[in-house]
Design a binder for this molecule. Sequence first.
Ligand SMILES: Cc1cc2nc3c(=O)[nH]c(=O)nc-3n(C[C@H](O)[C@H](O)[C@H](O)COP(=O)(O)O)c2cc1C
Length: 209
Amino acid sequence: MLDRLAINSIEIYQEFLIAKLIKSGFNMVAPKIGLICGSLRKGSINKALEGALVRRLETAGTSAHIIDLNDFDLPLFHGDLKTPPNAAALIKTMADCDGIIIISPEYNGGLPPLLKNAIDWTSTMGREHLDGPIYAIASCSPGPMSGIMVMRQINYILTRLHAELIPVQLGCGNAETAFDKKGHLIAQPASDLADKMIGQLLSRIAQKG
Ligand SMILES: Cc1cc2nc3c(=O)[nH]c(=O)nc-3n(C[C@H](O)[C@H](O)[C@H](O)COP(=O)(O)O)c2cc1C
């Protein structure tokens, strides 16, 4: 929740809002945060985490935008395939965001193919989706380890692509008890990490202007 965000993060964010407000001639648009989930599964715990983050982002005054990989339907990457137009559409959608949170399950200690495929396709085409938004990483797992290995790998891949990432990662383990009946994230330390992650993301966006 906003009242639990780090105080200096909020101050920097407020300065950002004021600066943007003036720059926009008092016709301000809230920062846009895209959320990409590496699972399309019905009943996905990572989708549940995505939903909980959308609420917190909206409470913090941002415009949260789910980027659903289902909408882009990218074929499995193959070097002989012509680049599908949807890869360009995904790049544009991502580049339109001030920040992007990637929320992913861990498969055998690594990335689900859906997510790796989307990263690989978009990396063959352009840089605006990597150079523009600030990135954050989250993962939800049924067990206690909270997707720590997949978060490390996403961090590695994005760093290798020269994208900018904030340091706090949101690991949410023991998913069965992590959310209340309304879908709010209630488990600790995941709940505090979510606030820290959002605070850092907004602060960095604010600094970048
Ligand atoms: C192929 C496969 C490999 C998996 N490997 C891991 C793993 O390495 N670590 C882990 O915490 N969970 C692993 N799981 C369990 C997933 O975390 C669990 O199925 C989770 O619910 C998937 O995320 P979702 O609910 O968002 O679809 C694996 C699941 C599958 C299908």
